[in-house]
Design a protein around this ligand. Structure first.
Ligand code: 3PG
Length: 219
């Protein structure tokens, strides 16, 4: 049976320490955006499936920027999951835990990290073999203190989290300092207005800042 998220891929995500979460409105911006992130040291990006062009954008990044590890984000339906797989997505994530989606992802061999926020959701995900979990919405439910408290009964099982929701340069270090955090996700690195303005230099600068934070905390 396939595992929900292979160890070698989880290690690559953790080595980067940051995931740039992106909402893209123009597919042609995806490749320069991915290159700008790479220049700033970020080689993991989540392309959210919230806009019509997201699949086309994902396909373009997979083809044109092979150094980038691309995740499909906000994967809520089986059709989106199949589309992510067909477009060459390296993994997929969702804000919540939907057992049907996780099972389908395992079956099709698409690495998947579901979102959790409660002990019951963590246990449901663990039962399906998941060890890498998104934690959403991290900042509004108590940040790293909440995650550590919630994770305490499950830490021995090797579970790791990717917090998202309200993360910024100012609080990223607090999360990354904890050994139960694999990587931090946030839209602050490539916010919609910088993408709209094609301000790749500003996005590279944000990516560099995120990368420096990760290196400083983890070295
Ligand atoms: C999302 O899916 O939009 C993420 O949770 C990002 O949240 P953020 O915009 O607060 O970084």
């Amino acid at each position: 049976m396939n595992t929900p998220f292979p160890e070698h891929l989880a290690k690559k995500v953790a080595a980067c320490g940051n995931i740039a979460v992106v909402v893209i409105d123009e597919a042609e911006k995806a490749v320069p955006l991915a290159r700008a992130l790479l220049q700033g040291g970020i080689n993991v990006m989540e392309l959210t499936f919230r806009t019509d062009c997201a699949i086309e954008a994902l396909r373009a990044v997979v083809k044109e920027v092979p150094e980038m590890i691309v995740s499909a984000g906000t994967v809520l339906t089986l059709d989106q999951l199949k589309a992510a797989k067909d477009a060459g997505s390296h993994f997929a994530v969702a804000p919540g835990f939907n057992p049907a989606i996780v099972k389908a992802a395992i079956e099709m061999g698409l690495p998947f990290a579901p979102g959790v926020m409660t002990p019951s959701e963590i246990e449901g995900a663990l039962q399906l073999g998941c060890r890498l979990l998104k934690f959403f919405p991290a900042s509004v439910v108590g940040g790293i203190k909440s995650i550590e408290t919630l994770a305490a009964p499950y830490k021995h099982l090797g579970v790791k989290f990717i917090p998202l929701g309200g993360l910024k340069a100012e609080n990223t270090a607090d999360y990354l300092a904890s050994p139960i955090i694999a990587a931090c996700g946030g839209s602050w690195i490539a916010p919609a207005k910088l993408i709209k303005a094609s301000d790749w230099a500003a996005i590279t600068a944000n990516a560099m800042r995120a990368t420096e934070i990760a290196h400083a905390v983890r070295s």
